[in-house]
Design a protein around this ligand. Structure first.
Ligand code: UD1
Length: 344
């Protein structure tokens, strides 16, 4: 019997890619808990197409404690939780902050209570580089203090991290890692699983893909007068399967008892800053034609540049990114075409 891991948000973007990597490692058995309010149960068909394994999804809301706890009653052999399930749209969090606090923090409270009640020894928490706010010194390391949260979504990640740290005192038998992601992009290298974008995406790569596939006539580069090498914003993009692989290695680290503290923090980034214009240029090379974009005004709330120092994860988890910017774009493009050809 392999150790059993619960992935919350397993039908979502990073959750489903992590399930694929957990299965392909051959070291873990996986179940998923996802209400599918922001994802679809068909994701598990795609996971099965890629891995040959059918993963059970418990379709329930983690904020419903009674329903969530039944998963642990039914599966007394759970050794770890990877908690992804959360809302993540920055703009929406500004308009509906209470929905964000209630959902993201209510769910996390139930996850932490489940860890204590059912003696789950290992927990990974999906956090974000947005906890750093607008940083002065780059690259940002785990030692960089948290800054002012730029939106309620980022604030839920800051509070969530605090909740986990606080639980380390009354419940030191659950060991946890907080993983702060930079900008996960791309799709499974097969092109058969990826992010299901909303009709009006806000993030750069989904928008580039809409323009490349003709679903959107044009896009705008938000700001070309920043103090960066080409005037556009710089971010630390990394391939979603690299992020997923980091979770497998992080779980190994906890299961093997290599952690020094009850709760530790890791940045997950590629360590490379890439500008918006460089991303567009790389996309044109990958798809072999020009994209229709215009140079425009800054987007309110954007920071000029952020990229991470992920050496701690490299050294302690033995994790290194395998995919480069071209792989990120080529896989996203494959997934875009796969969706069009399969009515997804
Ligand atoms: C956003 C979130 C961040 C979240 C991350 C997840 C904001 C302010 N922040 O980060 O909290 O963790 O997604 O990946 O939304 N851009 C354009 N034109 C476009 C769209 C984007 O030029 O049409 C630029 C943006 O100005 C930015 C860069 O592309 O400089 C990346 O944008 P995006 O993909 O939205 O990510 P972040 O803003 O870094």
């Amino acid at each position: 019997m392999l150790p059993k891991i619960v992935v919350t948000g397993g039908c979502g973007y990073i959750g489903s890619h992590t399930i694929i990597e957990l299965i392909e490692s051959g070291r873990y058995d996986v179940i998923s808990v996802d209400s599918c309010v922001r994802s679809t149960p068909e994701t598990m068909d795609r996971v099965e197409n890629i891995t040959g394994v059918r993963v059970k999804n418990y379709r329930l809301d983690i904020c419903d404690k009674e329903a969530f706890f039944k998963v642990f009653e039914e599966n007394p052999d759970i050794v770890g939780i990877i908690h992804f399930a959360a809302y993540k749209a920055v703009g929406e969090s500004v308009e509906q902050p209470l929905m964000y606090y209630r959902n993201n923090l209510g769910a996390l409270a139930n996850v932490l209570e489940a860890c204590q009640r059912f003696s789950v020894p290992n927990l990974l928490f999906s956090s974000s580089c947005s906890v750093y706010g607008d940083v002065e010194h780059l690259p940002v390391s785990e030692a960089t203090p948290m800054g002012q949260a730029m939106c309620p979504y980022a604030h839920t990640k800051q509070i969530g991290e605090g909740m986990i740290q606080s639980m380390a005192i009354p419940n030191p038998s659950t060991h946890s890692l907080i993983l702060r992601y930079f900008n996960p992009v791309g799709a499974h290298i097969s092109g058969m699983n990826g992010e299901l974008s909303p009709d009006k995406p806000n993030n750069l790569i989904p928008i580039i893909m809409r323009v490349a596939s003709g679903k959107q006539p044009q896009m705008t580069v938000f700001g070309t007068d920043y103090e960066t090498r080409d005037g556009s914003c710089i971010r630390d993009y990394l391939h979603v399967s690299d992020i997923a692989d980091a979770h497998v290695k992080a779980m190994d680290y906890l299961v093997e008892g290599r952690n020094q503290e009850v709760c530790e923090v890791f940045n997950l980034g590629s360590g490379n800053g890439v500008s918006v214009l460089e991303m567009l240029d790389a996309t044109e090379k990958v798809i072999g034609r020009k994209l229709n974009y215009v140079l425009g005004e800054r987007r309110p709330g954007d920071i000029p540049a952020i990229y991470g120092d992920s050496r701690r994860a490299n050294e302690l988890l033995g994790w290194h990114c395998k995919f480069n910017v071209e792989d990120m774009i080529a896989s996203a493009w494959k997934w875009e075409n796969y969706q069009d050809n399969n009515n997804i």
